[in-house]
Structure formats: structure tokens, C-alpha cells
Design a protein around this ligand. Structure first.
Ligand SMILES: [Zn+2]
Ligand SMILES: [Zn+2]
Length: 390
């Protein structure tokens, strides 16, 4: 099913040292295949040392494009650079490289923003994403902010290599991946007392996830925001990747929201949620979009996949949960057809409300995920698939 997805860019942003990001981008389709590597100063988002590589191309002119990539060196990858990239790289080099560089620039900005937020949280664990963004716009989105001293903190690290000076950075042990190389996360579960409908504690859920061999879990308690400090201490206690997200109720159904740290209460309009999540750079997945719809059979209510996919909800979400542990196979099947038809990425999660169903379904990512920054970045690549885990 995943082979039909037309998502073929993979961007990897890592913290090379406390001042520099290393960016690696791959664009792959049935005709072209190319890679881009460069570095970025965190202080001003200026890129340098750009290197391109063709893995597959069509005309003898293609290799020439590599000579023109250096024109982008010195570009500041802040918002607004897209046009300049199209005009220079796109016209003189190759639009594929321009495309990939623009995608990389987006990932760089998101990473820089999240790093600044997590640095701020070290000093103020209660700081919400919204408050942080407000502060950013007041101070005029400062790229000048010095990288914090505390980069060894687990939640700050994107993928921290040894810093230029001083002692080697402490890194989180890289989580193991399965035999297939996949990194498997149950992306949807509830805990007590955070979710009134759940019956097991977060400790019981983590212990179960560890026992059955999941590589990580994501807590999605209903309209509940875990504090970064609680998550850090859970991760330390279990030496296990625990991430936080949120399951937010909208007038169009439940939405799993990743990389968004507002504490939303009550029912919110999906269009409003979309605006806020987009501003925060987060990712919305429609949870169990057809739960209960098919109790009487799709034919009885005339819900064809075509009709289903025209629902407004699917214009507003970034992905669809197509394997949910609490709905029927037919309901998951319809969600999958809709996601495939709309070329939306698909996730899987148990929706466990007690430890017995942890890991029924999960999402298989292609590489290890150490923290919420990486989880969000991975979600945006579309490079994963829902799986039945046990
Ligand atoms: Zn739900
Ligand atoms: Zn749920």
C-alpha cells in the first residue's frame, strides 16, 4: 500500500556541534535520484559547504547542475528564501536541487525553532509553545540567540555529535531498531488518570511496551498536555523513548496532534486547530476517522470511498490513522482507502486504554527516533507505515 505514496523526499537535520546543523536531503522518484549535503549556522541560518550528488539522472546536462549549486552558499534559509532559490538554483542548476533545497530550508527552520523552544524549556519547564512563539515574535525571531549550554539534555539533542570544544557530548543511547531496521512506535495510547477513560498508569503502559519489544510510545491523552519534565523523568526511569502528543476533540472528530504544545480544552473547530498547529509547525493525524460510521455497513448509509474522501476533514489533516486498535477492520480499511486516494501518509496506533492492548498496531519508521523533534521531522517526511505489531 505504501508504494503508492508519492512522498519521496527525506530530510535529515542533525546538530553537528552547538552552533551548526548538518543537513542531508534525498529526493527520489522513478526517474531522478539526487542527494544534497550542507551545513547551516544556527545563529543566522546561513548555509555553506553545499554538495550535491546525482544517483540517477536523464540527460548529459544533468551533471553540470552540480557546478551551480555553490551559488546558494551564503543564503540565509529564513522564510522567504524560496523565490531566490527558485531563481538561482532552479534556473541555473536544476529544479530538482532547488526543490530539495527548499524542503531542507523548511526542515532547518523547524529544527532551529524547536531547539530554541527546548532550550527555553530547560529554564522554564512550564513554558508552552504558544507563549514561546509569542516571545519569539516580540523579540523579532532572533537567530542570534546563543545555543544553550545544556545541549546534553536529552530533550534538546537532535542528534548531538561531539561539540567542537570541551568534553564529548553525552548522548542518549541510540534506540535499537528491529531486525528489519524499522523503528516501531505505538503512536496512540491513553493513560490513567490523564485520560478519564483509561485504566492503567503510564508506568504500566511503558513497562508493557518495553516487554513486547516496541521501540517507543507516544502518549496521546485526551486534551491533556504532559509536561516536558514529566516525560524526561519517565524516559530516564525506564530508559525508553516516551514521546508526548495530544488527542484533541474537534467538531469533525478526534485529531492526534504531534509537535504542538498548546493545552486545548473542550471541543475546538478543526479549522481553528489547523491554523494553530500549522503556526506551531506541528502535524495533525485524523484519529480513527470512520469510527462508528460503519456499524450498519458502508452500503447501508451509501458511504463510498469517493464520498468518504470528500469530507472536509481530509483537506485539513496532514495524515490519517489507518490502523486503530479500537475500530473494526472495515473502518480501518476505509480509512486506508481514503488515505491512499488522497496520498496522505498513514499511521497506526493501538489507542490502548489499558496495558493489555498496547502495541496492537503501531507505526514503523525507517530510522531511530530519539526525541519529539525527530518524531515530528519523521512524520513530515511521510516515510513510514502503519503495521500490525502483534
Ligand atoms: Zn479517539
Ligand atoms: Zn484515543
Amino acid at each position: 500500500m505504501i508504494s503508492e505514496f508519492n512522498r519521496n523526499k527525506i530530510i535529515d537535520v542533525a546538530l553537528l556541534d552547538e552552533k551548526t546543523l548538518a543537513v542531508h536531503g534525498i529526493l527520489n522518484d522513478s526517474i531522478y535520484s539526487l542527494e544534497l549535503d550542507f551545513k547551516v549556522n544556527l545563529s543566522d541560518l546561513v548555509c555553506f559547504e553545499i554538495e550535491g550528488r546525482w544517483l540517477r539522472y536523464t540527460t548529459p546536462e544533468c551533471p553540470q547542475a552540480l557546478n551551480f549549486l555553490a551559488q546558494a552558499e551564503g543564503f540565509c534559509l529564513a522564510l522567504g528564501i524560496e523565490e531566490k532559490i527558485h531563481k538561482t538554483v532552479g534556473r541555473t542548476s536544476c529544479r530538482h536541487f532547488a526543490n530539495l533545497l527548499i524542503e531542507c530550508a523548511y526542515a532547518v527552520r523547524e529544527t532551529a525553532k524547536l531547539i530554541r523552544y527546548q532550550e527555553a524549556q530547560v529554564h522554564n519547564p512550564e513554558l508552552t509553545w504558544q507563549e514561546f512563539l509569542l516571545g519569539e515574535s516580540e523579540t523579532g525571531s532572533n537567530f542570534s540567540q546563543k545555543a544553550a549550554e545544556d545541549t546534553e539534555d536529552a530533550s534538546v539533542a537532535v542528534s548531538v555529535a561531539a561539540p567542537a570544544t570541551g568534553e564529548p557530548a553525552k548522548r542518549l543511547p541510540t534506540p535499537a531498531t528491529g531486525k528489519s531496521g524499522a523503528f516501531i512506535i505505538d503512536m496512540h495510547m491513553h493513560t490513567a488518570p490523564a485520560s478519564p477513560c483509561a485504566s492503567d498508569s503510564v508506568e504500566a503502559m511503558i513497562a508493557k511496551a518495553q516487554r513486547i519489544g516496541l521501540h517507543g510510545i507516544c502518549l496521546t491523552d485526551h486534551n491533556y498536555l504532559w509536561s516536558a519534565a514529566d516525560i524526561r523523568s519517565l524516559r530516564k526511569k525506564f530508559t525508553f523513548p516516551v514521546f508526548r502528543a495530544n488527542e484533541i476533540v474537534t467538531e469533525q472528530g478526534d485529531m492526534l496532534v504531534y509537535g504542538f504544545y498548546d493545552d486545548v480544552q473542550g471541543i475546538i473547530k478543526l479549522s481553528e486547530l489547523k491554523k494553530r498547529v500549522q503556526a506551531a509547525g506541528g502535524f495533525i493525524v485524523a484519529a480513527h476517522p470512520f469510527r462508528g460510521f460503519l456499524t450498519f455497513g458502508a452500503d447501508d448509509i451509501g458511504l463510498t470511498p469517493e464520498k468518504a474522501r470528500s469530507r472536509e476533514m481530509f483537506q485539513l489533516v496532514d495524515g490519517v490513522e489507518t490502523l486503530n486498535g479500537k475500530v473494526t477492520a472495515t473502518e480501518n480499511g476505509l480509512a486506508r482507502e481514503v488515505a491512499e486516494g488522497l496520498k496522505l501518509p498513514a499511521t497506526g496506533g493501538s489507542d490502548a486504554h489499558d496495558s493489555s492492548s498496547v502495541g496492537l498496531y503501531a507505526t514503523a519508521f525507517t530510522r531511530p527516533i530519539n526525541n519529539e523533534v525527530e518524531l515530528l521531522a519523521a512524520l513530515k517526511t511521510g516515510d513510514y507505515q502503519p503495521i500490525k505489531f502483534r
